[in-house]
Design a binder for this molecule. Structure first.
Ligand code: AMP
Length: 268
């Protein structure tokens, strides 16, 4: 929310990270692959801040703050399943540059989405004197993703996410956590899903090569439950040819019951 209120706003939920160096991660993957769920798991276990440009734009759409023409245009692009302009997104992220050097670290979800955004991110990070540890790319066949998106339902109040078949709420259409009526995201409608997939392939897939060239990319098959994918994230990290080596240890975790320190054993 501090992001929405502008560059000078104070963060209402400062992180409470475990001791050690912060993790600075980027999550890539097609819409609906489960990046948001993984971002939540990673953040809660690493004590990092979840920065999602999509969440910020959705929150902006729901607030009654005055809408600038740039915000109106951004929300229209979003509704159509197209990308918001690099200029608008970079202004949004650039305003909160200091979040990038937050002592809790960060998990970027949905940003960057184009090579131009990745180049800008690397300039922002340089300006703040920090660097990325790793970029996880979550991967699934496109048909699987389309079925996940079409069945996704979200709670507009507490943001809980359900799936009509794979993870239905106890009472159809009602959030288990807070009793609010669930919604289908505007951009999860079938015709918009097709546009988002095309946009992903054209604009975001080239980022994989961009980060691979820089030795930061780890590819993670995204099938299974969120917990299985979370564990696989760290397994892939350890076994990849360019296994990531953050500068100094913080207990990170394939934390199935293991707490947030299990991964430190693999550190150099
Ligand atoms: P997400 O929740 O990350 O899937 O984002 C939802 C929508 O917000 C996308 O389909 C885009 O319209 C817009 N959006 C979010 N992040 C970006 C970004 N980094 N660049 C361009 N558009 C974005």
């Amino acid at each position: 929310m501090a992001w929405l209120r502008g560059g000078k706003a104070h963060c209402a939920n400062p992180p409470n990270p475990p001791p050690g160096a912060p993790w600075r991660l980027v999550l890539l993957g097609a819409p609906g692959v489960g990046k948001g769920t993984q971002a939540d798991l990673l953040c809660s276990r690493l004590g990092a801040c979840h920065l999602s440009t999509g969440d910020i734009l959705r929150a902006a759409a729901c607030t009654d703050c005055e809408r600038t023409p740039a915000l109106e245009a951004a929300l229209a692009s979003m509704k159509a399943g197209a990308l918001v302009s690099d200029e608008t997104i970079l202004e949004l992220v650039g305003e909160r540059g200091r979040c990038l050097r937050c002592c809790g670290g960060f998990v970027l979800d949905g940003f960057p989405r184009t090579v131009a955004q990745a180049e800008a991110l690397s300039r922002f990070l340089e300006r703040e004197g920090v660097a990325l540890d790793v970029v996880f790319s979550y991967e699934l066949p496109i048909e699987e993703i389309v079925s996940r998106l079409a069945g996704r339902r979200v709670c507009p109040k507490c943001k809980a996410v359900y799936h009509t078949v794979m993870q239905p709420p106890t009472r159809p259409g009602i959030c288990d956590a807070c009793g609010t009526a669930l919604l289908q995201r505007e951009d999860d409608k079938p015709e918009t899903i097709r546009t988002r997939m095309r946009v992903y392939e054209e604009s975001t897939l080239p980022l994989l090569a961009w980060y691979a060239e820089r030795g930061l990319l780890i590819q993670v098959p995204a099938f299974g439950t969120p917990e299985q994918i979370y564990v696989r994230t760290w397994t892939c990290g350890r076994t990849a040819p360019d296994a990531f080596r953050p500068k100094s240890p913080r207990g990170a975790a394939p934390a199935v019951g293991g707490g947030a320190h299990a991964l430190s054993a693999r550190r150099p």
